[in-house]
Every structure is written in C-alpha cells, then in structure tokens.
Design a protein around this ligand. Structure first.
Ligand SMILES: Nc1ncnc2c1ncn2[C@@H]1O[C@H](COP(=O)(O)OP(=O)(O)OP(=O)(O)O)[C@@H](O)[C@H]1O
Ligand SMILES: [Mg+2]
Length: 155
C-alpha cells in the first residue's frame, strides 16, 4: 500500500516517524530516500522514539561511518549510504548481517542499496521538499506496517 502525507514542521515529521516506529517488528528494513536536508534523519529520530530509545540525542548522522547502533525495544541499525557512490564500497562491510535480522534497519539514501541485500519485507519512504518547512512523505510497503492513521491519504 501507499500513503502520502504532508509534514509542515520537523516536529510533525518526528511524530510521523514515531507512529511508524511503534508498529515496526524486528527484521524490518526502512529505506529512506530524498535530497539533502529533506528530513531523513529527523524521521529516524522519531522512529527511534517510537521504538523506545532512551536517549534520542544519540541519533546523529552516521554519514562518515556508514552505521550507528542504538539500543531500543529492539536494536536500531541506522545506516547512511550517502558516501557510498560505488556499490563495491559495500562489499566486505558485513552490512547484510544487519538487514532482516534481530533489529530494525533504517537506511538513509536507501535507493542505493542493492535489492539483493533486502529481506522479504521492507518499507520505502520518499521525502520531497515542497517548501521551507513543508515535506511530502510517501510511505510504501506492506499495509500491516503502516499505521492506520497514516493510511488515510493512500491511493
Ligand atoms: N517538515 C520538516 N520535516 C523535517 N525536517 C524539516 C522540516 N522542515 C524543516 N526541516 C529541517 O530540515 C532539516 C532536515 O535535516 P535532516 O538531517 O533530517 O535531513 P536528511 O534528509 O537526513 O539530510 P542528509 O541527506 O544530509 O542526511 C532539519 O534542519 C530540519 O529542522
Ligand atoms: Mg541524514
């Protein structure tokens, strides 16, 4: 299913992320796509709050080190592929072990991840900057992982 939402502030994006985080199950992979500054990291922070992270200030952009791990209800693997412009850069990183396993993987610049790395079910979220503080957020994936309230504008 697909749902399109409009966020008018960072707080709103945080809240949408939190709602999704509350229904995610271990093994899920969440791919985040959108230009620089479109809200992927803000959303990840919300998601981690929904997953019960104790200290949301832990969440920073893992750009330089590919992945951060946050302890929450289940481990959160926060991956950022911004610096991976050549997929060979992913070889021998062991990244696959974190996708579809015991925790939840959130992947910024997720469109760069080869399909072969993905487990059976995953969610894709596309962020578009439609104004200074406006963001269009499109969620697609299995309906059971998209909270009912967020489905109302789906098509
Ligand atoms: N509606 C909104 N939702 C999310 N962020 C917003 C919104 N309006 C303004 N912002 C601002 O946009 C910025 C989003 O930054 P964020 O780090 O989340 O982007 P990103 O997509 O992760 O970028 P990058 O590709 O560089 O990692 C923040 O400074 C935030 O305050
Ligand atoms: Mg980011």
């Amino acid at each position: 299913m697909k749902a399109n939402l409009i966020s008018s502030s960072p707080e709103e994006t945080l809240r949408i992320g939190k709602e999704l985080g509350q229904v995610l199950e271990p093994g899920m992979v969440v791919l985040l796509s959108g230009e620089l500054g479109s809200g992927k990291t803000v959303f990840t922070k919300g998601l981690a709050l929904g997953l019960g992270i104790a200290d949301p200030d832990l969440i920073t952009s893992p750009s330089f080190i590919i992945m951060n791990i946050y302890p929450a209800r289940v481990p959160i693997y926060h991956i950022d592929l911004y610096r991976i412009d050549d997929l060979r850069g992913l070889e021998n990183t062991g990244l696959e072990e974190y996708l579809g396993g015991d925790g939840i993987a959130v992947v910024e610049w997720g469109e760069r991840l080869p399909r072969s790395y993905l487990p059976e079910s995953w969610i894709k979220i596309v962020f578009e900057m439609t104004g200074a503080e406006d963001r269009s957020i499109t969620i697609s994936g299995p309906a059971r992982f998209v909270p009912k309230r967020l489905q109302n504008t789906g098509q």
